[in-house]
Ligand binder design. Structure first.
Ligand SMILES: C[S@@+](CC[C@H](N)C(=O)[O-])C[C@H]1O[C@@H](n2cnc3c(N)ncnc32)[C@H](O)[C@@H]1O
Length: 235
């Protein structure tokens, strides 16, 4: 039977999961759109709730199209939407990306996407980072949230291998490939990495550029490229 009431319990839950606090308390999150639902399935994730727009022919409990669109946190007129259980891992090597104070969910998602592309072992989120299970981060990850282990950390202790702080204009020019276990530490959009975080790292490196700085996700992508150059399958 098609869901036609906005008071339906599944729709109510999805609306509530737009809030970070609810996601954290419930350890559940929403993925919007058939591409993400397919990415989850191919990574072996089963949805706890699966909804599809009536008449779309997609799997899931049928919901009146405009009603489904109304619970979308992204306002993208999604045709399929699913709820999953959040999974947190421990930070793993040999190549980990740690984000410190990266508040933009689009950047967090983009880093997950790059981590998957370059074969990083995990992404660790330090204090002040956006929720990787938020709707914008999940969308920006393009499904990588279902494949890359994500860890929550409160200090640099326990991050795998040598800790390499990425700081514009400081330390040596970054050059790869990585020699042994390594964690790349990337800082906040405005403030960059705090002095004490840099001091707690083993090494500092920069990506040589002509302007002041790169976007955090772009810096992570270039660093991952450089550190895996010649190591990935095409080499
Ligand atoms: C937008 S930048 C922060 C800019 C900030 N005003 C600063 O001075 O650090 C965000 C993060 O991206 C990384 N990043 C940006 N440009 C970089 C570069 N040229 N070399 C290495 N890391 C860079 C750093 O980790 C930085 O903390």
């Amino acid at each position: 039977m098609t869901i036609t009431s906005s008071h339906n319990d599944k729709l109510k839950e999805i609306r509530k999961l737009a809030r970070r606090r609810t996601r954290e308390d419930a350890s559940r999150f929403v993925a919007e759109g058939e591409d993400l639902v397919a990415a989850a399935a191919s990574a072996g994730w089963s949805p706890l709730v699966l909804l599809a727009a009536a008449g779309s022919g997609l799997d899931g409990d049928e919901v009146e199209g405009s009603l489904l669109a109304s619970v979308s946190a992204l306002g993208s007129g999604t045709r399929q939407l699913a709820v999953y259980g959040s999974r947190w891992s421990a930070p793993a090597g040999p190549l980990c990306v740690a984000l410190w104070g990266v508040r933009d969910p689009g950047n967090v998602g983009a880093v997950l996407r790059c981590a998957l592309a370059f074969g990083a072992s995990s992404v660790a989120l330090g204090p002040g980072c956006a929720d990787p299970f938020g709707p914008k981060a999940v969308r920006a990850s393009m499904g990588a949230i279902f494949q890359v282990p994500v860890a929550r950390v409160s200090s640099l202790d326990g991050l795998p291998g040598e800790r390499l702080a990425l700081v514009g204009g400081a330390g040596q020019a970054l050059s790869g490939p990585a020699d042994g276990e390594l964690t790349i530490v990337v800082g906040a959009e405005r403030e960059g990495l705090a002095e004490e975080v840099v001091a707690a790292c083993d090494r500092v490196a920069h990506i040589p550029i002509l302007s002041e700085s790169l976007n955090a996700a772009t810096a992570a992508a270039i660093a991952l490229y450089e550190l895996t150059r010649g190591v990935l399958a095409d080499a």
